[in-house]
Design a protein around this ligand. Structure first.
Ligand SMILES: Nc1ncnc2c1ncn2[C@@H]1O[C@H](COP(=O)(O)OP(=O)(O)OP(=O)(O)O)[C@@H](O)[C@H]1O
Length: 326
């Protein structure tokens, strides 16, 4: 149950670029203490939303409050307690990580300098702090960007696709860092185009496509609405396996376009069918998960025409789905 002023509250937010509506009447609420994901494919409007949050561009309509403040009421102090970066953080490559943070701390003032060792430690860069940033990997630069944000001792950390462009180890480290910061009580708003990432680290999610919200909800609700996982199945006799499926109403089995069979079912129903295949002397030669349920849902939501009346996992209103009270 959410209490108090939300960290971020957008209502009817619109941003147009000429004839293109990049953010189209978006409502969204991020409560203090949660990790919130804005998920969508390229061009969905995620970065445009975050740029409005940082005051880099102005909305054409709607309101955006950060800890209850609007740009109109508070001007730049709307961003008090907020830190983060859009796209990738930029640093002087010929200076060390520590020196870059020194310069930023000087701009921020307020004793940020005394936090440099601590934040380098948090992002696991203490051992490389005196090396030039030009020699850092992309993942290290992203982590230095988080360190620079933490210098401000924020209450809200905003990250735009923080794991984008990282290798698998960098992705793992960045996700672990975000989870660690969230566990320490920091509110995090991040954008992503990766369902796995959002599922792993976020409590609640808004899914966007072409500027519009197609889903708001908790990750648990999203999981509950996801379709059955889809597998590719190879057996010693696919025709007989297909016939056997007729007696298992909870599984959907069809001929896979690339050979073998396509099996769509919940895990327990798929298990029962596979056991039945064995009992009928049919060998299972391969069973691969092709599309994970949430990934499949993401494609359904973001590749279906929003005006076509897509009705499976319905769009839910922000304040009904997270169980929050206004
Ligand atoms: N300054 C701009 N001028 C014109 N069009 C813009 C501008 N910024 C963004 N757009 C357009 O607005 C739409 C949303 O872009 P945005 O960058 O917000 O999407 P995104 O969800 O962050 O996607 P990506 O993951 O590709 O960054 C896109 O069609 C983009 O081309």
């Amino acid at each position: 149950m959410a209490v108090g002023v939300p960290a971020v509250e957008a209502s009817g937010l619109v941003k147009r670029f000429g004839g293109l509506t990049a953010v189209d009447h978006v409502d969204l609420r991020v409560d203090v203490g949660e990790v919130y994901g804005i998920l969508g494919p390229n061009g969905a409007g995620k970065t445009t939303f975050l740029r409005m949050l940082f005051g880099l561009i102005r909305p054409d309509a709607g309101t955006l409050r950060v800890f209850g403040r609007t740009w109109g009421d508070a001007g730049p102090s709307m961003l008090d307690g907020v830190a983060g970066f859009i796209e990738s953080p930029r640093f002087y490559p010929y200076l060390s990580g520590r020196r870059n943070l020194n310069l930023l701390a000087g701009l921020d003032g307020g004793g940020a300098d005394s936090r440099i060792d601590e934040v380098l430690d948090v992002v696991d860069l203490a051992g490389r702090a005196d090396d030039k940033v030009g020699g850092y990997s992309f993942g290290m630069r992203q982590r230095l960007g988080v360190a620079a944000s933490l210098l401000r001792d924020p209450r809200l950390l905003v990250l735009d696709e923080p794991a984008n462009g990282l290798d698998p180890a960098g992705i793992r480290d960045m996700r672990a860092l975000v989870k660690q910061l969230a566990a320490g009580g920091l509110t995090v708003l991040l954008s992503s185009h990766n369902m796995d990432e959002v599922e792993e680290i976020c409590d609640n999610v808004t899914i966007m496509r072409t500027g519009r919200v197609v889903y708001h909800g908790s990750i648990d609700q999203l999981r509950a609405q996801a379709p059955d996982p889809s597998h590719r199945l190879m057996t010693s006799d696919d025709e007989q396996a297909l016939r056997l499926a007729a007696g298992h109403r909870a599984v959907a089995v069809s001929v896979h376009p690339d050979g073998g069979l396509a099996l769509r079912a919940q895990a327990a129903d798929a298990d029962a069918y596979i056991i039945a295949l064995g009992r009928s002397n049919l060998a299972v030669r391969a069973l691969h998960l092709e599309i994970a349920p949430l990934e499949s849902l993401f494609f359904m939501l973001t590749e279906t025409d929003p005006d076509a009346g897509f009705d499976a996992p319905a769009q839910t209103q922000p304040d009904t789905l997270t169980g929050v009270t206004s």
